[in-house]
Ligand binder design. Structure first.
Ligand code: BGC
Length: 445
């Protein structure tokens, strides 16, 4: 993609992954199961009954991953820590072997001038804590606070960018909708779990400030999927409000505005699903952050009118995976954060990417020809350039993902990688999009 746009100095170009999706080594060196290990063993939960037991085997192959990061030329890597690898009982005693693994990873990244951006919680709660009620139990706030404090103490200044929680919405999907681990379908639990994780996030930020780490910053990662009305009917306008409130605003409001909206509380109260809250909770949720991590994949067109929805999905702008191609989602999400919350902190785009379903098309040399992904990423990069050109303070962009990995319930069926994982040799092979990203980054350095 030809573009003469000049990025700010020190802009971070990254790739992202998470522990539960790539590490494997589920039972090695003292690690205990996470909720995803257990959920995956339940029939019908994951594509073809797959499990994350081996995944990309990154626990044994971090050097392979590092070589690929260097080859592509990124200057940052977003990864996460597996809670049950470092704290097998969830709280209490640290596991030295788990700590060693991460220490080695971080040191190698730093040596290669690749800034680690480390997430504490990317959906993999230790199963031992789920057995005590998981995120529905208010004690989870303390459990997470303890885990966070221990990680800050262990790795402190080694990590320039810390993230507390990745996409708190995953707790709702796991406790209310059943689509994610731990697989409960209880609306009250779902709301309580997502409230507790927001407070737990604040507890971690508080622990971080107490450590007084000079060279580290802390933020949270939230995914914004803005609803758009398909028709201009008042019903569709109302639906947009309702869905925005129940989705990304549920997380952004307490973190960026220190409260839930009256609309949300009123609805949940009427529905009998409102969460139990304490007044101090909001001091915690709204702790000052150093950056906002934005995961942005798409917008969500909505309508109460089934025919309007059907007509919309027959319209033109879709990728082969049938998701809409709407790159302005990035620009609009950044703008919205500023207009609605007047944020004064920098934004990092911590995830953006798209997937192919099933086997991918290869050329005569066996290289995956993922032209759709290139189209998608180029579009979003233009959207990023537009936001930067308008003066929004964005400091980095992370493509999801470094490699095809365990895509949660979709297992290996949805492939988000810009490199392909050969399951036999466990080697990574760049797809066409990896060359595209490599060239793009290089042209911007
Ligand atoms: C999550 C990733 C996931 C990706 C693609 C994000 O919501 O943080 O873990 O793989 O989306 O679905």
């Amino acid at each position: 993609m030809e573009s003469s746009f000049k990025y700010p100095k020190d802009f971070l170009w990254g790739l992202a992954t998470s522990a539960g999706q790539i590490e494997g080594a589920a039972t090695e060196d003292g690690r205990t199961p996470s909720i995803w290990d257990v959920f995956a063993t339940k029939p019908g939960k994951i594509f073809k009954g797959e499990t994350p037991t081996v995944a990309c085997d990154s626990y044994h192959r971090f050097d392979r991953d590092l070589e690929m990061l260097k080859y592509i030329g990124v200057n940052s890597y977003r990864m996460s820590i597996s809670w049950s690898r470092v704290l097998p009982e969830g709280t209490g005693k640290l596991n030295p072997l788990g700590l060693d693994y991460y220490k080695r990873c971080f040191e190698k990244l730093l040596k290669a001038n690749i800034t680690p951006n480390v997430t504490l919680y990317h959906w993999d709660l230790p199963q031992v804590l789920e057995e005590k009620g998981g995120w529905v139990n208010r004690d989870s706030i303390e459990w997470f606070g303890e885990y966070a404090e221990k990680m800050f103490r262990e790795f402190g200044d080694l990590i320039p960018l810390w993230t507390t929680v990745n996409e708190p919405i995953a707790t709702y999907v796991g406790y209310a909708l059943g689509g994610f681990a731990p697989g409960h379908t209880n609306e009250v639990w779902g709301n309580q779990a997502r409230h507790n994780i927001l407070v737990a996030h604040g507890k971690a930020v508080e622990a971080f400030r107490e450590e007084n780490l000079k060279d580290s910053k802390i933020g949270v990662v939230i995914d914004i999927w803005k609803r758009h009305a398909i028709t201009d009917s008042p019903e569709d306008a109302a639906l947009v409000i309702d869905e925005d409130e129940r989705n990304w605003k549920f997380y952004c409001d307490p973190i960026l505005a220190g409260k839930y909206s009256d609309y949300l509380l009123d609805r949940l109260t009427k529905e009998g699903t409102v969460m139990q809250m304490k007044p101090h909770d909001f001091e915690l949720t709204s702790q000052t952050l150093d950056f906002f991590g934005l995961n942005v994949y798409n917008r969500v067109p909505v309508s109460v009118n089934a025919q309007a929805k059907a007509d919309f999905s027959q319209g033109g702008n879709f990728l082969n995976n049938r998701t809409e191609y709407y790159p302005d989602a990035l620009y609009e999400a950044v703008k919205l954060l500023h207009e609605l919350y007047d944020i004064k902190i920098p934004v990092y785009v911590t995830e953006n990417g798209t997937y192919s379903i099933g086997a991918e098309k290869v050329d005569e040399n066996g290289m995956v020809e993922d032209d759709d992904r290139i189209k998608y990423v180029s579009g979003f990069l233009k959207s990023l350039e537009k936001a930067l050109a308008e003066g929004y303070d964005i400091r980095g962009y992370y493509l999801w993902s470094l490699m095809d990995n365990f895509e949660w319930s979709a297992g290996s069926n949805f492939k988000f990688g810009i490199t392909q994982l050969d399951k036999e040799t466990m080697e990574l092979k760049p797809k066409k999009s990896a060359y595209f990203y490599k060239d793009y980054i290089n042209s911007k350095k």
